[in-house]
Ligand binder design. Structure first.
Ligand code: CP3
Length: 375
């Protein structure tokens, strides 16, 4: 990897030199095995956390959800922090992802939406024209401060290192321009992204305006989260696998690179995550992300070698394996670890989020297995 002259790479180079000398003079400034793995530094064991670890599969979450809507939880820092902390502690994982939602920035941009039971998000007036894209606001990001407030609370809770000396990593997140645009244009979840691609291909004005506004908003939002104590930012491009490599390069790569560059300039590593991305990985690597999220459709070793092992990787167990008999689950987890081969820079995770009805016991069994596998 070429040495990029930014503060994060300087820190990374210094720590890699230090690790090579086997003799850190003082305790490492990065006491979190999760953050160390993001920077491809050696760790005592593989760090682990789960996409959507605070979700409907977990009885503790459902107990809170009984009294509050999803958006109420997101917008109330005390509750969002509590849900974040409870999930991380219940599972005993190495990182806590702040409880929030990808779509929260739509509100200060001027787009109303709601979560409809059994359907998902619904945007009331989807963006279909350059005029609508132009009318989107980028000056009200302060309205999202409730997420930073929640991160401050989580960071205060986890600031003392645990008894084993490790500090839990705190993950802030935002959507990537393509995936967020798809919700703004389709008005909700989509199968074929027809309206999104119609705008992308056909409206030479609207698409660039939308991308530019999203990057501005998301960079500010990520900065608030870093300032509040997020150690790492994950950029969710969940639906980017709908694009062919040529379309990814033509319509999504530049704005995503711009966003990731701006977040890394804040001094934190970036995890860039997408699903169904096997053919996009080399282009996704060009964004400069420190870590790429891998889905389960490509074996981890094959995906990592297509990236020349020049970035860290996160993944990649099929989330539905958590419904399999114990011995199958155990074998699949062992397989992911074997493919990572104890190389620095692997963070164990699922290839996508934990789904409702997943047995909590299966998730706990995976954590136990990771913790008992020495490097
Ligand atoms: O521990 C965690 O990861 C929880 C925090 C979190 C939520 N949303 C809370 C949530 C995170 C990281 C997200 C990100 C998010 N939101 C993504 C990207 C992640 C991914 O899965 O790829 C996306 C695409 C969204 C948009 C979104 N939010 C949809 C499409 C839905 C409905 C789908 C469904 O499962 O019902 C949501 C709702 C949502 N956001 C839930 C949670 C826990 C479940 C609904 C609920 O509690 O009512």
């Amino acid at each position: 990897m070429g040495a990029r002259p930014d503060p994060l790479n300087k820190l990374q180079n210094k720590l890699q030199t230090e690790a090579a000398l086997h003799a850190p003079a003082a305790p490492s400034p990065i006491a979190s095995r999760f953050v160390r793995a993001c920077l491809r530094l050696p760790t005592d064991r593989t760090p682990v956390w789960f996409l959507r670890q605070a979700g409907r599969y977990m009885p503790e979450y459902m107990a809170v959800r009984k009294h509050h809507s999803l958006l109420d939880i997101c917008r109330t820092p005390d509750i969002a922090a509590e849900v974040t902390i409870t999930a991380a502690e219940r599972l005993g994982v190495d990182a806590a992802i702040i409880f929030a939602d990808l779509l929260l920035p739509l509100t200060p941009m001027g787009l109303d939406f709601e979560f409809v039971a059994d359907e998902g998000p619904r945007v009331h007036a989807p963006i279909r024209s350059a005029a609508q894209a132009r009318a989107l606001r980028t000056d009200r990001i302060d309205d999202l401060r409730y997420v930073a407030r929640a991160i401050e609370k989580v960071a205060a809770h986890f600031s003392p290192p645990r008894s084993n000396g490790d500090r839990l990593g705190i993950i802030g997140f935002c959507g990537a321009p393509f995936t967020l645009a798809s919700y703004m244009i389709e008005g909700g979840s989509s199968r074929n992204y027809i309206e999104t691609k119609k705008m992308m291909y056909g409206d030479k004005k609207a698409w660039p305006i939308l991308m530019e506004k999203l990057v501005a908003v998301l960079a500010d939002y990520a900065a608030q989260q870093v300032e509040a104590g997020a150690d790492v930012i994950q950029v969710f491009d969940s639906w980017v696998g709908a694009l062919s490599p040529i379309d990814y390069r033509q319509y999504a790569l530049a704005p995503t690179t711009d966003l990731i560059r701006r977040i890394r300039a804040l001094g934190v590593p970036v995890i860039y995550f997408g699903v169904d991305t096997a053919s996009l990985l080399p282009a996704m690597q060009e964004t400069g992300a420190d870590v790429l999220g891998l889905d389960w459709r490509t074996p981890l070793d094959r995906a990592w070698s297509t990236l020349d092992h020049a970035v860290a990787v996160q993944g990649n167990l099929d989330p539905i394996t958590l419904f399999a008999p114990e011995e199958i689950l155990h074998a699949r987890v062992a397989e992911v670890l074997a493919q990572a081969a104890a190389r620095p820079g692997h963070i164990f995770n699922l290839g996508h989020g934990i789904v409702p009805n997943t047995p909590v016991e299966a998730v706990l069994a995976v954590v136990r297995q990771i913790k008992s596998t020495a490097r």
